[in-house]
Structure formats: structure tokens, C-alpha cells
Design a protein around this ligand. Structure first.
Ligand SMILES: Cc1cc2nc3c(=O)[nH]c(=O)nc-3n(C[C@H](O)[C@H](O)[C@H](O)COP(=O)(O)OP(=O)(O)OC[C@H]3O[C@@H](n4cnc5c(N)ncnc54)[C@H](O)[C@@H]3O)c2cc1C
Length: 391
């Protein structure tokens, strides 16, 4: 039977996570960010309560739930003002790929730490010269006896300083193409300890305040044992793609959570602030944009839940389309909600006290990462509408 309400369990999960998130809240999150500190106690508490690894099989410390559950956790925390990028990365991308393609020994080694928060894993695919075109990555993995040797550069890698390991996407050495360019990319995935020799991470100064930092990473003749390779070296794109739908669904829930947070602040202010007769929210110029945001947020949530349900049902193809659309809609809803929240607050919209201007950058990033709005539009134009490939 098709139903448009979440299960009682999922609704209860949302309530419990919202309660936990509200104990910390926006002020805690921003104070940590401004002080250059981490939200470790929040992270560990989510882990201890079983929310962090809720999508990971029980025998490895998880909750045996689905991506919809961990997305609900991410959304509720963001809605309390605590958006955590590492939730997108560690349990959803890395946790999914390792659960699906890791050996039994690898699952036992890495998944429990991802679940309880003591062994966070970052994810590194983006490179300075490849950017959006991830087929063009040049981080190379060379086999040397039983070991692998990695060389390359990564950029915008979130949370390296909070992670014990990074799941690094490289390419195997391949014969050059007839045109002399590099051969067809054969992605391979490695779990790289952040304290490995030959691994160097430098924070990138960003124009946003968050306890979570982004890093450039240099990988220089980094040696790894054979069992650092996750999946088959000839497994190809399919192993990497296992993490992409979860990534998009989580990014969507991150954005809808932030959008809800912005809208709630704006609505509360619009009910209280009086400058002519009545509260400013009685003027349609203020009320209608907020009502539009509510509609956009609800539509994004519905699409995110659809994408999660398809993903959890194993329908990767349909989930791919829905996850892309959910991520697009959620990022747009979040940007609009943040902009409207600032406008509703007037001058207070730019003050630290009211804390809404900072949401402009935090939500804006959702239009770029982990996949840009343009690439989603390319995907929909090509796959949903059958238009010619444009790139
Ligand atoms: C806060 C943050 C956290 C991140 N965390 C991680 C992480 O943990 N791990 C990781 O691997 N990466 C991470 N990223 C990187 C992110 O995934 C990339 O920034 C994103 O994929 C875009 O790549 P780029 O920045 O190189 O932009 P570019 O590829 O240089 O693109 C620039 C612009 O051109 C547009 N464009 C490019 N090609 C086309 C085309 N064919 N058609 C239409 N438009 C096009 C893009 O949409 C974009 O608007 C993060 C980024 C940010 C900002």
C-alpha cells in the first residue's frame, strides 16, 4: 500500500533526534565553529544513541535501517541548527560502500567506528584539475608486489582533521588512449589512514563558519597494504556509484533541515516584529514568500523520502533520478528560505545575534556540492527527457 506518511518508527526517530539536537542547538554549533573547535560531544552522542550508523548492518554496530533513516537523522539535526557534513560522508557514503563491497574483515575493522563515531571516515574524490569531471581524476594507484602506491591531489575534502581514515578514489595505471591521453578511468577505492606517511592535509580558508573544515590533500608515494583496497580493482564505476545515491539523499536532507531552520526563525520573527499596524507577518509581502518556502520544503522532503524508499528497495536506477531531483529541489528550497529569512529580519538579518546571514553561504554550498545544480540539470535533460548529452 502506498502511503505518504512515514512509519511510526521513523517519526519517533525524528522526534528523538530533534530532542537531542535541540540540547546542543545553533549557538553551540556556531560557537564551536568560531572558536575553531569541534562538535565531538554531539557526534559521539549521536553515535552512542545508535543514530549515526542507523543505516549500517547490526552485526557491525549499526541499526540495520535504511538510508531514509540516516537521512532523517541528518535532516533533524540540521533543522536544530546543527548541519553535519560528516553525516553525509562517513555513515552514508563510506558506510554504504564498505557494507556493500568490503570484505568481512574490512567491515569488522571499519564499520563499528563509523557507527559509534570513534572511527569517522572522510571521502575524497574531488581534484583540483578534474572538478566536476570526476572521470578525469589523476590520483594514481600503482601495484607494487602486495602493496599499492598512491600519488595525487584532492581538494575540498571535508573533515579530514576529524577522521581516522579517508576513503580515497584513485585510478589504476592504465594504457594511454590512442590519442596519447590517459586511458579510460578505472576507479579504485582505498581506505587511507590520515596519519599515513605521504598523506598531508591543509585546511582551506572558507567564507563560512562551521566546526567542519575542508582540506587540500597531497598524496605522495603513499604505501598501502593490499587489504586497504575496498572492492575489486576491476570492479569499476559500480562500486563508486553505490555511494552516490546515498550522498545525494543525504545532501538533500542536509539542505531541507537547514531550510526548515531558516523558515522557523523567519516565521517566529514575522509573528513578533511590529513596525506599522500588526506584526510584519500580516503583510503578504512577508507572508507569501514564507508560505512559498514551506511548500518548497515539503515538496523537497517528499522527493527525498521517495528517493530514500527507492534506494532502500534496491531500485538504483529509479533512485538515481529521484535522488538527483530531491537534491536539486532541496538546495533551491534552502537557498530561498535563507534569503527570505534574512529579508524578514530586516537589519537584524545581518547580525550575529539573529544568526541568519550565515545561512546564506551554508545553504548556497548545497547548489554546488556534492554535485552541482548544473550537473543535475544535465542528468535530468539527458536521462529523464532523452535530450542529447551536452558535455
Ligand atoms: C563545503 C564543501 C565540501 C565538500 N566536501 C567534499 C568532500 O568531502 N569530498 C570530496 O571529494 N569533494 C568535496 N567537495 C567538492 C565538491 O564536490 C565540488 O566542489 C563539486 O563537485 C564541484 O566541483 P568544482 O568545485 O571543481 O567545480 P567545477 O567543476 O570547476 O565547476 C564550476 C562550475 O561550472 C559548472 N560546470 C562544470 N561543467 C559543466 C557542464 N558540463 N555543464 C554545465 N555546468 C558545468 C559547475 O556546475 C559549477 O557551477 C566539497 C565542496 C564544498 C564546497
Amino acid at each position: 500500500m502506498t502511503t505518504f506518511t512515514e512509519t511510526d518508527e521513523r517519526q519517533e526517530l525524528r522526534r528523538q533526534v530533534a530532542k537531542l539536537g535541540s540540547k546542543y542547538g545553533r549557538d553551540y554549533f556556531m560557537e564551536k565553529g568560531r572558536a575553531g573547535e569541534k562538535t565531538t560531544e554531539l557526534w559521539l552522542e549521536i553515535g552512542k544513541n545508535g543514530y549515526l550508523g542507523i543505516n549500517i548492518p547490526e552485526q557491525y554496530g549499526g541499526g540495520s535501517g535504511g538510508i531514509g533513516d540516516v537521512a532523517a537523522v541528518c535532516e533533524e539535526l540540521a533543522a536544530q541548527g546543527c548541519p553535519l557534513l560528516l553525516m553525509v560522508v562517513s555513515p552514508a557514503i563510506c558506510g554504504t560502500i564498505i557494507s556493500r563491497y568490503g570484505t568481512e574483515e574490512q567491515k569488522q575493522r571499519w564499520l563499528p567506528g563509523i557507527c559509534d563515531g570513534t572511527g569517522t571516515m572522510a571521502f575524497a574524490i574531488t581534484e583540483p584539475d578534474a572538478g566536476t569531471n570526476t572521470h578525469n581524476i589523476s590520483t594514481v594507484a600503482r601495484k607494487d608486489g602486495d602493496e599499492w602506491v598512491l600519488n595525487g591531489r584532492k581538494i575540498f575534502i571535508s573533515g579530514v582533521d576529524e577522521a581516522d581514515n579517508v576513503l580515497v578514489v584513485a585510478r589504476t595505471e592504465d594504457a594511454p588512449s590512442p590519442s596519447g591521453g590517459p586511458g579510460k578511468v578505472k576507479p579504485v577505492l582505498f581506505v587511507v589512514p590520515t596519519d599515513a606517511e605521504g598523506f598531508e592535509a591543509t585546511p582551506i580558508p572558507m567564507e563560512w563558519t562551521s566546526p567542519e573544515l575542508q582540506f587540500s590533500v597531497f598524496i605522495d608515494d603513499l604505501r598501502l597494504p593490499g587489504d586497504a583496497l575496498v572492492g575489486d580493482e576491476d570492479g569499476g564505476l559500480v562500486q563508486l556509484f553505490a555511494g552516490l545515491n546515498p550522498e545525494r539523499i543525504m545532501a538533500a536532507s542536509f539542505s531541507t533541515g537547514l531550510a526548515r531552520f531558516a523558515l522557523e526563525k523567519a516565521t517566529a520573527y514575522a509573528k513578533e516584529r511590529v513596525v506599522f499596524q500588526g506584526a510584519i507577518g500580516s503583510h503578504q509581502a512577508i507572508a507569501h514568500p514564507l508560505a512559498e518556502s514551506h511548500i518548497e520544503i515539503e515538496m523537497s522532503r517528499l522527493m527525498t523520502q521517495k528517493a530514500a524508499a527507492l534506494c532502500d528497495a534496491g531500485d538504483d536506477l529509479a533512485a538515481g533520478e529521484a535522488a538527483n531531483m530531491a537534491k536539486y529541489a532541496a538546495a533551491e528550497a534552502a537557498c530561498n528560505a535563507a534569503d527570505r529569512a534574512v529579508q524578514t529580519h530586516g537589519g537584524n538579518g545581518a547580525t550575529q545575534e539573529y544568526g541568519v546571514a550565515g545561512l546564506l553561504v551554508a545553504t548556497r554550498v548545497g547548489r554546488i556540492a556534492p554535485v552541482s545544480r548544473e550537473m543535475i540539470l544535465n542528468f535530468v535533460a539527458m536521462h529523464s527527457l532523452g535530450l542529447p548529452k551536452s558535455y
